[in-house]
Design a protein around this ligand. Structure first.
Ligand code: HEM
Length: 120
């Protein structure tokens, strides 16, 4: 059996570093930064670490139903979603993720769009 991406990149510790860098960039963005003004960032980084780990084949914590519940009242539009996806893609590239792995992760993230974007 081949190792999952989660194992190949070094598990939660490595994903955590990627997510921290991802959030630094999100907060600097004029498009998505304001959504996070009143949010408990350490908790969110922790959640996102679990989520990205799950996408990489690690333990599963988040269903689409949960993503829908969490984002339903945040009024997220397509521009914000696209900006966040672009920033994640850049971060994975900076951390030297393989091109095919970046594609796999981004395809998963983009498939969640209907559960995140509510301001259409
Ligand atoms: C596919 C893309 C996305 C995924 C997979 C995702 C995933 C998550 C997860 C796992 C949480 C934590 C849930 C929990 O508390 O247990 C969360 C919370 C949050 N997300 Fe997202 N997210 C995405 C896109 C976005 C976008 C585009 C925005 C805003 C521009 C956003 C804003 C937020 C905010 C503000 C919270 C915190 C909500 C709170 O604590 O009240 N998310 N997200």
């Amino acid at each position: 059996m081949s190792a999952t991406m989660f194992d190949r990149y070094g598990g939660f510790g490595s994903v955590h570093r990627v997510v921290l860098s991802f959030y630094d960039k999100l907060l600097d963005s004029d498009v998505v930064g304001p959504y996070f003004d009143d949010i408990d960032m350490p908790a969110l980084v922790d959640h996102q670490t679990k989520f990205i780990s799950q996408v990489m084949g690690g333990p599963v914590t988040y269903t689409n139903k949960v993503l829908d519940q969490v984002h339903r009242n945040l009024d997220i539009d397509q521009e914000a979603f696209d900006e966040m996806a672009d920033i994640l893609e850049r971060t994975l590239q900076e951390f030297d993720f393989r091109a095919d792995d970046v594609r796999t992760i981004m395809a998963d993230i983009k498939s969640r769009q209907p559960y995140i974007v509510t301001n259409k």
